[in-house]
Design a protein around this ligand. Structure first.
Ligand SMILES: Nc1ncnc2c1ncn2[C@@H]1O[C@H](COP(=O)(O)OP(=O)(O)O)[C@@H](O)[C@H]1O
Ligand SMILES: CC(=O)OP(=O)(O)O
Ligand SMILES: [Mg+2]
Length: 403
C-alpha cells in the first residue's frame, strides 16, 4: 500500500510517500519512495523547495514564498510528473496521513478524518494558531487533488494525553480545567518515536528507561518519559509555553500581557502575533529565528545574537533540570529535530550545565552531529543521544494500523 504523509511544521512543509507490503511493519523506517520539503525559515522572501526519490532523482529550487496550499499542490505534482515522478497518478495513493498539532480533549488517538474531525481541528485553531489551520489546509488540499481518499489525523497531543494531573492542571481556578484549560503538550509524535528509537539504540526495554527527549526545531519542547509514557512536558495549553523557540517566546510572566493591554493598547490579535512570530531568537536578536542565522551573526560579533543564544541555553538547561525530580534520575538525554540534530554548540552548552550529574559529551563525536548515535563518553553517568526524528514514518505507521 502507498501511504502519503503530510507534516506541516511552523517553518516547513514536509511530505513523504512510503510503500508498505506484507503483514508486519518493519521496525526501522524503510526509505520513502519520494520525499519533499519546503523550508521557509532560513531566507527572507523565498523558500527552499527540495524533492528526492529513492532512485536518486533530486530537484532543488528556490521558490517565491507562497501559501501552503499552493506549495502542497506543487509538491503533489512532482509525485506524478517530471524527473521525480514515482507513481502514475493521484489514484495510486491508498491513504494519506497528516500530523495534526492540537487534538484537544477529545482526540487522544489517531483517527480517520471525517467532517466532524475537520471541524474539531478548526475549532482548536485558536489554541494552535500557527499549526492547526496549516494542518486543515493540508487535508483540504488533498481533498481537492485526491478526491475522497482515506485521510488519517495523527495528533501531536496524543502522547501526552495521560499526563499525571499534577503535570496537567494549571494552578488557576479549578473550573478552568473543567472548561478544557489545561496543559496538553505537543511534539508527541516526535517524543514518542524518539523514545522508542532510543530504547532500540541502547538495547534496553523502553519500560525500564528514564528519558528526557529534547525536541528542538523551530518549535521546541521537552518530554520526561518513564515506563514509555510522557509524565511531564514543557509545552502546555498551546505550543507557546515552555522553552524559548525560533520566533515564540516560551514561558513569560503573564503580567507582562496584562501590562501591555492596560497601558500600551495591545489587542489579543497583536499579542498573539508578537508572542508567536516576533519573539524568541528572532525577537531578541533582531536577526533571525533560525539557529543557523544566529550562529552566523555570533561569528560576526553580533552581541544581540549572542544574548539570544545565551537565553536559549539558559532556559533549555533550566527546563531539563526541572524534569529530573519527576523522573527520579536520568538514563538518557535525547536531542532531536532541526536544532537538536544539527547544532553541536547547543548540545555542548546544554550538557555543560549538567556536568554535576556526571553527563560527559565526547567532544569530537558531538561535533560531527551523527544521526542515531551516542555522543556521550563511555563513562558518562547519563547516555546522550542524537536521534533523527521520523515523524513522517510514525504517521505512516499509524495509517497502516488504521487501514
Ligand atoms: N545545520 C543547522 N544548525 C543549526 N540549526 C539548524 C540547522 N539546520 C536546521 N536548523 C534549525 O532547525 C530549525 C527547523 O527545525 P525543524 O525540526 O525542521 O522545524 P519545524 O518546527 O518546522 O518542523 C530551523 O529553524 C533551524 O533553526
Ligand atoms: C507543536 C510545534 O511547535 O510544532 P513545530 O515545531 O513544527 O512548530
Ligand atoms: Mg517539526
Amino acid at each position: 500500500m502507498k501511504i502519503l504523509v503530510l507534516n506541516a511544521g511552523s517553518s516547513s512543509q514536509k511530505s513523504c510517500l512510503y510503500e508498505l507490503s506484507g503483514e508486519t511493519l518493519p521496525e526501522e523506517s524503510p526509505p520513502p519512495l519520494w520525499e519533499a520539503k519546503v523550508d521557509w525559515s532560513h531566507h527572507q522572501g523565498f523558500a527552499e523547495f527540495e524533492v528526492k526519490t529513492h532512485r536518486g532523482a533530486q530537484w532543488v529550487e528556490k521558490v517565491k514564498k507562497s501559501d501552503r496550499a499552493q506549495v502542497i499542490a506543487q509538491m503533489l505534482d512532482s509525485l506524478w510528473s517530471g524527473s521525480t515522478q514515482v507513481i502514475a497518478g493521484p489514484e495510486s495513493v491508498d491513504i494519506v496521513g497528516h500530523r495534526v498539532v492540537h487534538g484537544g480533549q477529545d482526540y487522544r488517538e489517531s483517527t480517520i478524518v471525517t467532517e466532524e474531525v475537520k471541524s474539531a481541528i478548526a475549532q482548536l485553531a485558536p489554541f494552535a494558531p500557527v499549526h492547526n489551520p496549516a494542518n486543515l489546509e493540508g487535508i483540504e488540499a488533498i481533498e481537492k487533488v485526491l478526491g475522497n481518499v482515506t485521510q488519517v489525523a495523527v495528533f501531536d497531543t496524543a502522547f501526552h494525553a495521560h499526563l499525571p494531573l499534577a503535570a496537567a492542571v494549571y494552578p488557576v481556578p479549578y473550573e478552568w480545567f473543567e472548561q478544557g484549560i489545561r496543559r496538553y503538550g505537543f511534539h508527541g509524535i516526535s517524543h514518542e518515536y524518539c523514545a522508542q528509537r532510543a530504547a532500540r539504540l541502547l538495547q534496553k526495554d523502553l519500560q525500564s528507561l528514564r528519558l528526557i527527549t529534547c525536541h528542538l526545531g523551530n518549535g521546541c519542547s521537552l518530554a520526561a518519559i518513564a515506563n514509555g509514557r510522557s509524565i511531564a512536558t514543557t509545552m502546555g495549553f498551546t505550543p507557546l509555553e515552555g522553552l524559548m523557540m525560533g520566533s515564540r517566546c516560551g514561558s513569560i510572566d503573564p503580567s507582562i500581557l496584562i501590562h501591555l493591554m492596560r497601558h500600551h493598547r495591545y489587542t489579543p490579535d497583536r499579542l498573539d502575533e508578537v508572542l508567536n512570530k516576533e519573539s524568541g531568537l528572532q525577537g531578541v536578536s533582531g536577526v533571525s529565528a533560525d539557529m543557523r542565522g544566529i550562529r552566523e551573526a555570533i561569528a560576526q560579533g553580533n552581541q544581540r545574537a549572542q544574548l539570544a543564544f545565551d537565553i536559549y541555553i539558559h532556559r533549555l538547561q533550566s527546563a531539563i533540570a526541572s524534569l529530573l525530580p519527576s523522573l527520579g534520575g536520568l538514563d538518557a538525554l535525547v536531542f532531536t529535530a532541526g536544532v537538536g540534530e544539527n547544532s553541536p554548540e547547543v548540545r555542548d552548552r546544554a550538557c555543560a550545565g549538567l556536568g554535576f550529574l556526571g553527563v560527559q559529551l565526547d567532544a569530537q563525536t558531538n561535533q560531527n552531529s551523527p544521526k542515531n548515535c551516542e555522543i556521550s563518553t563511555p563513562d558518562s553517568a547519563v547516555r546522550v543521544l542524537v536521534i533523527h526524528t521520523e515523524e513522517d514514518w510514525a504517521i505512516a505507521k499509524a495509517c497502516w494500523q488504521l487501514k
